[in-house]
Design a protein around this ligand. Structure first.
Ligand code: NAD
Length: 322
């Protein structure tokens, strides 16, 4: 039986990844600052611990592990990463997790380790035109991410590749593009657009107005979490080290995205565009490389994933009495 550790296993994607690894027959350990808030924890062993502390890494990273998935990061949506207020925490906390986990894995002789980078590491100058963003893997340099979150991801990608070159470790690096789905953060300030817009629509009454940050013409693509986990597992089982995009190439403007959620809800709502933290003007996953290397592409349209996600967020909002 293969043994895996999911760092950040109490988080959104971590919880889904643990579930997937269990379904594949793995023995799975998880570690996180917190337990999964929505009970999505099927790990055989789970440690609540802080990966900034090398002693926690020493305890949880054992030499019998076949694989480590390093997902732990101090992160959130635009309201967390683009205000500038959390930059020191984002850089310090995430870099420390990556430095500690990777070095402990080397010491224990764990051969294969996955790292979740982000599309936020792509240069802003290629994402100014909402209709034509460029996010192919080879467009990363000259580097110019628009957030410290993106800079830290770029640093850590490079860190992982140095351990590959100098220490013989099998690293796998993916750049996630806006992952969404049930059991993700949906309120509190760290939620990302799909959950935030679902919540706003879920609590609204017919005739209400939904506030959307920016002019709504900014574009993005969103990938359903099960598809993301599938891409991660394919990459891990392949001999391709990356970096590779794991995202959807179904690009949509934020106003059209909001209209889609309103339509799913069946409510009669209008949109009001207001000032807010934004990020780049346009972003879309370029899936040529992943298609070529892993034969992977998203299997379902955005709307299908959003129907599931909207229903889940609505249920959470109702339970919370919103
Ligand atoms: P998440 O916030 O739900 O998960 C991250 C987890 O890391 C959290 O549970 C958090 O408690 C944990 N963590 C943070 N600091 C820690 C520490 N010091 N010690 C132990 N655990 C710690 O976010 P997610 O959406 O599941 O993202 C997982 C990974 O994917 C992150 O690295 C994130 O940067 C990356 N990513 C996510 C997206 C997305 O759209 N969700 C996009 C690009 C990249």
């Amino acid at each position: 039986m293969k043994k895996a550790l999911v760092c950040g296993g109490g988080g959104f994607i971590g919880g889904h990844l643990i579930k997937r690894l269990k379904a594949e027959g793995y023995w799975v350990a998880g570690v996180d600052l917190k337990e999964n808030e929505y009970g999505n924890n099927q790990a055989d062993y789970f440690l609540v611990g802080d990966l900034r502390d090398p002693k926690v890494c020493e305890k949880i990273i054992t030499s019998d592990l076949d694989e480590i998935y390093q997902l732990a990061a101090d992160m959130g949506g635009a309201g967390f990463v683009f205000t500038g207020e959390n930059d020191a925490d984002i850089m310090h906390n995430s870099a420390l997790c990556n430095l500690n986990v990777l070095d402990e894995a080397r010491k224990k002789g764990v051969k294969r380790i996955f790292y979740s980078s982000s599309a936020c590491m792509y240069p802003e100058y290629n994402q100014l035109d909402p209709e034509n963003p460029k996010c192919s893997e080879d467009s990363a340099y000259p580097a110019a991410p628009d957030s410290e979150y993106g800079w830290e991801k770029l640093f850590s990608e490079r860190l992982f590749f140095t351990y590959h070159r100098n220490c013989g470790m099998e690293v796998r690096v993916a750049r996630f593009h806006n992952i969404f789905g049930p059991q993700g953060t949906w309120h509190g300030g760290r939620e990302k657009a799909p959950a935030a817009i679902s919540r706003k629509v879920a609590v609204a009454k017919d005739g209400d107005t939904i506030e959307v940050w920016g002019d709504g013409k900014q574009t993005r693509s969103f990938l359903f979490v099960d598809e993301c986990v599938d891409g991660v597992r394919r990459l891990m089982d392949s001999d391709f080290i990356g970096p590779v995009n794991i995202g959807s190439d179904e690009m949509i403007s934020i106003n059209d995205f909001t209209k889609m959620v309103i339509d799913i809800s069946g409510k009669n709502l209008s949109i009001k565009n207001i000032d807010g933290p934004l990020g780049v003007r346009g972003r879309n996953s370029d899936n040529d490389l992943i298609q070529q290397k892993l034969g992977w592409a998203p299997s379902q349209p955005l709307r299908k994933g959003m129907e599931i996600t909207y229903a889940w967020v609505k249920e959470q909002a109702e339970k919370a009495g919103l």
